[in-house]
Write a protein that binds this ligand. Sequence first.
Ligand code: NAD
Length: 264
Amino acid sequence: MSGGDGLRAPTTADGHELEGRVAIVTGGASGMGLATVHALARRGATVAVFDLAAPGRAELASTLGVPADRIRSVAVDVTHGEQVDQAFAALLEERSRLDILVNAAGIAPSTTFEDITENEWNRVLAVNVHGTFLCCRRALPAMRNGGWGRIVNFSSTAGKTISTAGGAHYTTAKHGVLGLTRHLAKSSGPDGVTVNAVCPGLIDTPMARGLLPEGSLDRVTRSFPVPRVGQPWEVAELVAFLASDRAAYITGAAVDINGGDLIV
Ligand code: NAD
């Protein structure tokens, strides 16, 4: 809460603003998810990485330069309801609370529409949308219990227009993430839980490098108003802000972070 005069922010980014908070970051082993783990742990949160291949906790902590006791690492396929349920249950049993959920797990094949098989279509929707649904479904009751919560879902510029390099399934999925985000924001606000999405443009991660031919990430982004590729930490800083007390009045938003590639 503010100082009462409406002028002073409740906390500042002084390195402790998420002290005592417990967070889950899906897709936290790579790219923007990994940068988000760093941003949250650096502010004092205990952060559980839920990813397909769980990186070692000590190794992760040393890579990120944060204390190992702030990191958990669990192998979870977010499309798998039972695995998601078990991972949430184990964390809740250990910590008895959950404050922050960041759904960053995603895949983005670039297959042209005519060549997308039903299996591939289903998998892209499963990871990006169904996985987000499964995790939100588990997180919300715990957040409501605590009277405070922050959910940040990874959509994309593809969720507002069409994907630069991903296929029609990816564009469809990222639009779906925005629909889910908006719906949950409406129903969760009275419980102290905000639900927002971030919509990154082209960000320098293994996903983006894998989607575009060598060298083209830098070439394409040179024509953007901010003429360069975005960095994972820049998105992570936005996520950390949305996950803080300072963002209590932001919910249902789909925040662009794209160097001006899409101005709407
Ligand atoms: P990344 O490939 O570096 O990381 C994605 C992570 O998700 C990986 O660690 C991967 O193992 C994990 N993952 C994939 N399927 C999973 C599953 N079934 N269960 C659990 N984990 C799974 O990608 P990134 O670029 O950091 O992307 C993060 C998010 O941002 C994604 O949702 C992506 O769609 C979105 N996004 C990326 C860009 C970009 O330019 N890189 C732009 C807009 C949006």
